[in-house]
Design a protein around this ligand. Structure first.
Ligand code: UD1
Length: 416
């Protein structure tokens, strides 16, 4: 299993290009299932989760080819409507094939994702919404089995804000008869990116980016071209790294508006941030000040940035609280950060982080994707060498992380 070796204590300086967003690419890849045509995507990041999704799509009959920068998905001849357990269990986002398969083929059989390291994460809202659109759904042998001759438009109010739930229902509704209204919809920029891709394919989606999305169903979608948005979580991770380790970094290709909540908190730590339409610069001199955060759906502070920000607070001056409101069990990085010398205690869904002056390198284990990113940041600051084990979690969501950190002057090496 690959590991990362990081020699800490160097400030970061330089410029990197932000990759395409994993959480936008995954639903947009699934959107290809909706049209008997070719979807041409650019800026699809080269990541383990994307490979897993392509494997699943191939199993359903989608043909994918890379042409230079572009990824072409041809879904003319779908051959299956089943997403098997073996693939779904490795990546929860596989549930995103449910809506498109049902809408296009009238049936879908998708394994339930089951538990995952950061909590129970049920899919009841996806199911409830599809039922409201007229689908017959049963759970059989661990699979969601869904049927509908043609889905029909409905008004759906989700019980909580769910990102992939909103995306699944939005995709399903594009081919339904009549108009669907999703209320309490997720406002995440990735939902907006998916809506843009769907509209390029001939869908009629409006309101994405607000909590009320309207989808007027059409008979069929067609091929289109779309460039996936930049990864705001990857960008935020590099900004936290520079805020913790100090330095001067420029990120290219990212829209700063997608990062407002993170930027506001980073400014409060003492970082100087300049932002243009598609670039960001962060300069940090000295030690950060402790800043408390509370995770919330967009435009609040992203749960996917929580572990990385905790690493900044771990070495900040002062004490901060970090409250996780989206997922139970998302503090697994705390024990590992403690092994690096962080002073953190957990009280319910709040971590109390007392900043220490220095962390010291140790061997730690990555437990999930963003927890791993938090450990990388802590390691960049720690004195001496840190070995991070099980970095396959990191490879699920960060394209070429050691190359990018290396370009900023960090001493990072992959051990195979
Ligand atoms: C997506 C992101 C993930 C991010 C999360 C929250 C992708 C591929 N993944 O995950 O990186 O951390 O949003 O921003 O985009 N819930 C239910 N029932 C449902 C659906 C959700 O109870 O049917 C609960 C979840 O358990 C969780 C909360 O709602 O507590 C939010 O989850 P959700 O937004 O659905 O997360 P994902 O879409 O899985």
């Amino acid at each position: 299993m690959d590991k990362l070796r990081i020699a800490g204590g160097r400030a970061l300086a330089g410029e990197i290009q932000v990759s395409g967003a994993k959480n936008a690419a995954l639903p947009i890849l699934c959107a290809a299932l909706l049209a008997a045509d070719t979807l041409e995507l650019s800026r699809v990041p080269v990541l383990q989760d994307v490979r897993t999704m392509l494997r699943l799509l191939r199993q359903l009959g989608v043909r994918d080819t890379r042409e230079g920068e572009a990824l072409l998905l041809d879904a003319r001849a779908l051959t299956s409507h089943e997403a098997p357990y073996d693939l779904v269990k490795t990546m929860r986002a596989s549930i995103l094939v449910l809506g498109p398969l049902l809408a296009r083929l009238g049936e879908a059989r998708v394994s339930l994702p089951g538990g995952c390291a950061i909590g129970a994460r049920p899919v009841d809202q996806h199911i409830k919404g599809l039922q409201a659109m007229g689908a017959q759904i049963s759970i059989e042998h661990g699979y969601v089995v869904a049927k509908a001759a043609r889905l029909r438009g409905a008004r759906i109010v989700t019980d909580m804000v769910t990102v992939t739930g909103t995306e699944n229902l939005m995709m399903a509704a594009t081919l339904a008869s009549g108009t669907t209204l999703i209320e309490n919809a997720a406002r995440e920029p990735e939902v907006v990116d998916l809506a843009q891709a769907l509209n390029a394919m001939g869908a009629r989606v409006s309101g994405a980016g607000t909590d009320r999305i309207e989808i007027e169903g059409v008979q069929a979608l067609h091929g289109a071209r779309h460039a996936v948005m930049a990864d705001r979580i990857e960008a935020g991770t590099f900004l936290c790294a520079a805020a913790a380790a100090g330095g001067d970094v420029v990120l290219r290709g990212v829209a700063s508006v997608t990062l407002d909540a993170t930027l506001e908190k980073l400014r409060a730590t003492g970082a100087q941030i300049e932002a243009g339409d598609d670039w960001l610069r962060l300069v940090m001199a000295g030690r950060p000040r402790a800043v408390s955060v509370r995770t919330a759906p967009f435009p609040g502070f992203a749960t996917d940035m929580q572990a990385q920000f905790m690493a900044v607070d771990a070495i900040a001056s002062g004490t901060a609280t970090i409250t996780e409101t989206i997922f139970e069990n998302r503090f697994m990085h705390v024990l590992e950060m403690q092994r690096l010398g962080a002073d953190i205690t957990i009280e319910g869904n709040t971590a109390v982080v007392r900043g220490v002056e220095r962390l010291s390198g140790a061997t730690v284990m990555a437990t999930d994707l963003r927890a791993s990113a938090g450990l990388v940041i802590a390691a960049l600051v720690a004195e001496g060498e840190t070995i991070i084990d099980r970095i396959y979690h990191l490879d699920r969501g960060y394209e070429g992380i050691e190359a990018k950190l290396g370009a900023l002057g960090a001493a990072v090496e992959r051990l195979r």
